[in-house]
Design a protein around this ligand. Structure first.
Ligand code: COA
Ligand code: MG
Length: 303
């Protein structure tokens, strides 16, 4: 990755399924699940006395079960907690695509881990994802995102954690995520300012698939790349809602074609059947088409 440039790869992160590291039954299900990424959790979903059991389960799993075509992420406990160092050893042994840091409050939380990964010869392409789920994390989201612009930073994505944020702020779980939307948008903006992906928070009520679909639509409209999930029943809707729609793809193809035509040479603006399109729309259109191909490739990899 070149200095100060966002990762320029279309990587589907529509459905990011979380699995508690100690849930061996759920771990066994993963090869058959159609999610884009899996977060193996050593943090909130694993009781204090079961942390070591979780680390061992992950080391066995990564040793034996390649998850073709999906990103793998291990969520560790806070590095300065009793568990952080041992968790990071497990990360180094398992070599997932990324390590997810909980409750990131400030840029140094990212830099510290990035330095350790480098010192310990962690794979060069291992990324860092950051949970934004504390009041300070939300306030500092732009500064944390900017950390991605240091030459050796591995920061690649934010994941919003509303369960923690609601707990810390006392904002209740209201329909439409009323009162939380300004913070969510602030996090999206901070991520985009420095080219990070941004993943929406979990929906706890995994039997209410209608409410969940509405939340996916809202997350998509807010600009999120995908959603963190807790249950396999949530995968299909996330894949559908966060994928480029057929209409959007059709439009993207027509924008690319319109500016590729000889008569558009030297023009920055075209009248496309009564609607203005600008050359600046071409980049977005190309990105969308690349994402659609990446989704197809991922599907093919899994067959
Ligand atoms: N990943 C993979 N498989 C999962 C899964 C997950 N996250 N959650 C459930 N499953 C499997 C179950 O093992 C079960 O398989 P089985 O029928 O062979 O027993 C099947 O899906 C149906 O599960 P269900 O009975 O509906 O729910 P459950 O009681 O087994 O699990 C939860 C419910 C919430 C405990 C579980 O989904 C879970 O732990 N999710 C992740 C929570 C988490 O990671 N939280 C931290 C981040 S917020
Ligand atoms: Mg949390």
């Amino acid at each position: 990755m070149t200095k100060f440039e966002p990762e320029n790869i279309a990587r589907p992160r529509r459905s990011v399924l979380c699995v508690p590291a100690i849930n061996e039954r759920a771990l066994q299900k993963l090869p058959d699940l159609d999610c884009d990424a899996v977060i193996f959790d050593l943090e909130d979903s694993v009781a204090v006395d079961a942390k070591q059991q979780g680390r061992e389960a992950l080391e066995r799993f990564f040793d034996k079960t390649p998850l073709v075509g999906r990103e793998t992420i291990i969520r560790i406990n806070a590095f300065d907690s009793t568990f952080g160092r041992a968790d990071l050893e497990t990360v180094l042994r398992c070599a997932p695509d990324a390590v997810l840091l909980p409750k990131v409050d400030q840029p140094s939380d990212v830099h510290d881990i990035s330095d350790i990964l480098t010192e310990r010869d962690g794979a060069e392409n291992m990324r860092i994802w950051a949970m934004i789920e504390t009041p300070r994390g939300v306030l500092n989201a732009a500064a944390i995102s900017e950390a991605a612009h240091t030459p050796d930073s591995r920061l690649s994505a934010f994941v919003v954690g509303l369960n923690d944020l609601r707990k810390e702020t006392g904002v209740p779980n209201l329909p439409g995520r009323a009162y939380l939307v300004p913070w969510l948008m602030q996090i999206v903006l901070a991520a985009r300012a420095y080219g990070l992906d941004v993943i929406d928070s979990v929906s706890n009520d995994f039997r209410d698939l209608d409410g969940y679909a509405t939340e996916c639509e809202q997350g998509r409209a807010m600009g999120f790349d995908g959603k963190m999930l807790i249950h396999p029943a949530q995968i299909a809707a996330a894949n559908r809602h966060f994928a480029p729609s057929e209409d959007a793809l059709e439009e993207a193809r027509s924008i690319v074609a319109a500016f590729a035509a000889p008569e558009a040479a030297g023009l920055n603006i075209i009248n496309a059947n009564g609607r203005m399109i600008e050359r600046l729309h071409v980049t977005g259109a190309e990105k969308l088409l690349q994402m659609a191909s990446a989704i197809d490739v991922r599907k093919a990899d899994r067959l």
